[in-house]
Design a protein. Structure first.
Length: 155
């Protein structure tokens, strides 16, 4: 008799992080949004984070924050079969309105002053962009991406 293949929900997981963050308050605010919107973790690349008053619900107790030295370190530690999705105002980026979020992915945002450098963009599997011609605050941009994911619930 053959075994039946087990079926599991395809809800996946996601994380979100910032490359070269400049303002500590952005990480605290993004951490809070990430927890509320169901992220498995958040992270920083090339910058550290100190606890900030914007984290009013103590998200550090609920989902982890990882620090990666550089892009090589992040890429080396991406979970198996996980897409790296850059969020950037770029001509090659897919508009978030039509974007279908992967089941397993990690979203990467740049800082507000310089965004994601070209060499970082080149390492992303996909790029998405938000509406507008100017950069949003990084925690606001991240929150919009997470909200869009919740609305579309990837399968």
């Amino acid at each position: 008799m053959a075994r039946l293949k087990q079926q599991y929900p395809a809800n996946g997981f996601f994380g979100i992080g910032v490359f070269n963050n400049k303002e500590q308050v952005n990480i605290g605010t993004l951490w809070r949004s990430a927890y509320i919107m169901g992220a498995a973790f958040i992270f920083t690349v090339d910058s550290k984070y100190k606890k900030h008053t914007s984290d009013v619900i103590n998200t550090w107790q609920k989902i982890p924050l990882f620090h990666y030295r550089d892009m090589d370190d992040l890429i080396d530690h991406l979970p198996y079969d996980t897409r790296l999705v850059g969020v950037e105002l770029d001509d090659r980026a897919v508009d978030i309105a039509t974007y279908q979020h992967p089941c397993r992915c990690v979203y990467l945002l740049g800082n507000e002053q310089s965004g994601l450098p070209r060499d970082v963009i080149a390492r992303c599997h996909q790029l998405i962009k938000l509406p507008g011609e100017y950069s949003l605050n990084v925690s606001v941009a991240g929150s919009i991406v997470l909200y869009d994911r919740q609305l579309k619930k990837p399968t």
